[in-house]
Structures are given as C-alpha cells and as structure tokens.
Design a protein around this ligand. Sequence first.
Ligand code: TXA
Ligand code: MG
Length: 337
Amino acid sequence: MTQDYARAVSLLKAGELVAFPTETVYGLGADAANPEAVARIFAAKGRPADHPLIVHLPGVAHLDQWALNIPAAAWQLAEAFWPGPLTLILKRAPAVPYAVTGGQETVGLRVPAHPVALELLRAYAQAGGGRGGLCGIAGPSANRFGRISPTDAAHVHEELGEAVALVLDGGPCQVGIESTIIDLSRGNDLPPRLLRPGHITPEQIAAVIGVLPELPAAGQDGSTPRVAGSLDAHYAPLTPMRLVATARLAEVLAGLKADGKCCGLLAHTLQKGLVPTHSLRQLPDQPEGYARGLYAALRELDLAGNDVIVVEAIPSADGWAAVADRLCRAACGSGTA
Ligand code: TXA
Ligand code: MG
C-alpha cells in the first residue's frame, strides 16, 4: 500500500473525509457505515440531510451485505457493468444507516471503475474498514451542493478547500458526468426505473435485462428527461447561463455585446467568424467527448469573469440525453450565487 492509500485508510477509519477520483467525477468519501463520518459529508457540501448518498463498494461480492431482496436484474447489471458508471438503487439491508440513505428504505450502490478508487476501496476492506460487516465508502460528487461536479483534483480543492482531509489525485475523469442511476427497488412486478441518465444508456440496460427501464417524465420542452423527485437546479455555474440554438448564436451574442455584456461561449460546432466578447471553449461534437470536457469548460467559463455564459444547444439525438439533462439543470440553477 503506498503512503497515500495508507493515509486515506486511516483517515476514513477515523471518520474523516477523503476525496477520490472515479471514472465519472471525483467523490467526497467517508465510511458509509459510520453515521458521524457521513454527517461530515453533508456539512462539507452544505447538502440537505434528506438527500441520499451513493455507496461505493470494493466489488460485487459486497452487494448482499448492503441490500435485501436483490432481483436477478440487479445481479445481471452488476455483472455486465461493474466496475463502471452504473448505480443500482435497491432495498437497504437493516444494518445500513439511515444517515447514508437520507432516511429512505433504499440504498444506492456502485463499484467504480477508476483504478485509484478501486485500490482505495480494496485497501479499506483489507484493513478491516467499515462496521458490522458493512464495508463501503459513501461518496457524493465532491462539490458544494448544487454546483459543478469536479472532474479534476484541483476542482475539489477549489470547491471544498480545508473541509477535506486528503484528496487522492487520479488525473482528469474519463467519463466526466455522473453515473447512470437505475431503481430496482420496486419489486419484480414493476419495471426498473431510470432516475438519472448517464454514460450507460437505457438501451444498453435493456440489452442485459430484456426490459427497457421506465424513463423519467419529459421536461417542459418535451424532450429532456428529468429525475423524478429531484431538484431541477444542479451542476450550476454562478454566472447566468443560457442555452441558444446554433442558428441564433450570432444574433444573441451581438445583442449581449451591444448591451455591454461580457460573454463566454461554449460551442461544439465550428463557429466561423463568431467571436464572443470574452472567452470561447470548444467541446467535441460527439456526446462522449463533450461529456468528458463539459464540467471543466463550464468551471473555466464561470471563473473567467463573464456576465453571461452562452451555451450552444446540443443535438436532440438519443446519445446526447445525459448531456442534455446536465445542461438543462445547469442553466436552471445558474446565476444563483
Ligand atoms: O458518478 C457518480 O454517481 C458520482 C461518483 C462520485 O460516484 N456520485 C454522485 O453522487 O453523483 P451524488 O450524491 O452527487 O448524486 C447521487 C444521486 C443523488 O441525486 C441522489 O438523490 C441519488 O443519487 N440517490 C442516491 N441514493 C438514492 C436512493 N436510495 N434513492 C434514490 N436516489 C438516490
Ligand atoms: Mg452531485
């Protein structure tokens, strides 16, 4: 075990917070079986205590310590996608503290694919971490509540500063947006439900379990999926952010410029001759590359002193659903310093 892992393990055992990289975003970790440690996560993030946390497990062998009545579909999905960016919502085992489930009877579980996260989880298990047979690390995204998720160790320092005892640096995250969440806690009579779109798509899930998960109700524009019961405003920059169709970019930027506004532009198609008044970030014109760079680009545009961040609207094609969800929420929560 290297020095960093050894230190991380002893901090976690002592109920302290350790941030760690995953393939999706950085997580703010605490021993998930220790309610006092979990309380520290809520305090550091400024997150309401009724918001459940995802528990990261060292491997699929730990699943039935944390969950009850696990349906066959959950085992199939775990087998197919773990380690990976898929969170399963299942009935919690009686020993799982309510602190981590936000008072609910269900628990969110995943095995992350990042080598640093896996090494940490395995080291924690080997060192006897956890309580009462439960070993897992609770880990919400390591940002202040409602803000942009960190995809780099430096972002975690920016977000949480001294509140976190140690940040394990695993470089930039490969996926860049949070895991797909699927609810399998409703028993065998009801279909699984997609709670948050992500890198793993409903079609990939259907290919494994033979049923397409129930999708969240369409948003106000009729196209954007929403997470039932969750807050609309999330992943948001402090600078007001607007989504603008490609065809209207020139006109909107010219109008803002005429009003003396400093504008940042986040584009994914080449914008010839189109110059924002301040800063331009260009992301790839395909969903995986776009997702990978999205939060870092938003963070930079947020810190660049813009009055407005103009985001070129993305295609409404299927592969873009997870990115569309994040952009919609970011625009909704933006500008609320
Ligand atoms: O990719 C990810 O999932 C990242 C990395 C760090 O693993 N984590 C993450 O955690 O995004 P967080 O806390 O920022 O988002 C977790 C989401 C929340 O919207 C929460 O409501 C939902 O998961 N969630 C967790 N447990 C749940 C449960 N028992 N029932 C319903 N939703 C749950
Ligand atoms: Mg989050």
